[in-house]
Write a protein that binds this ligand. Structure first.
Ligand code: FES
Length: 107
C-alpha cells in the first residue's frame, strides 16, 4: 500500500544490482539505482547543463554524466567531479512488497 506522499515508480525486479533505470515522478525525471540490493534515487538531470544521467555510466556508487563527464554519488547526490559544481536532489526510497516508492525531492 502506498504511504502518504510516496508514489510507486517501479518494481524491484526491474532493476538488478549494479543497474539503473530512469523513471518519472510527476514532472521530474528520476534515476533509480540498485546497489547491492539497496535502492537509491537521485535526479536524472545533471546540475551542469541538464545531461541525462541515466544515459551515462554507473561505477559503484558513482554515475558519470554522458555530456561532459561530471560525476555524482547516487546515494547522496553529491557532486564528485567537475564541471558540475552542485549536487543533485535525492529522493527517499521505500520498498513495499515488490514496489519501489519515492518521496518528494530533497536537497
Ligand atoms: S551536462 Fe552533465 S557534465 Fe555537463
Amino acid at each position: 500500500m502506498a504511504e502518504s506522499g510516496f508514489v510507486k515508480v517501479a518494481q524491484t525486479g526491474e532493476i538488478a544490482p549494479g543497474q539503473m533505470k530512469p523513471v518519472r515522478l510527476g514532472e521530474e525525471e528520476v534515476l533509480l539505482v540498485n546497489i547491492d540490493g539497496n535502492f537509491h534515487a537521485i535526479s536524472d538531470t545533471c546540475s551542469h547543463q541538464g545531461g541525462t544521467l541515466s544515459d551515462g555510466d554507473l561505477d559503484g556508487e558513482q554515475v558519470e554524466c554522458p555530456l561532459h563527464g561530471a560525476a555524482f554519488n547516487v546515494v547522496t547526490g553529491d557532486v564528485l567531479s567537475p564541471p558540475a559544481r552542485q549536487g543533485v536532489p535525492t529522493h527517499e526510497v521505500r520498498i513495499s512488497g515488490n514496489d519501489i516508492l519515492l518521496g518528494p525531492a530533497r536537497g
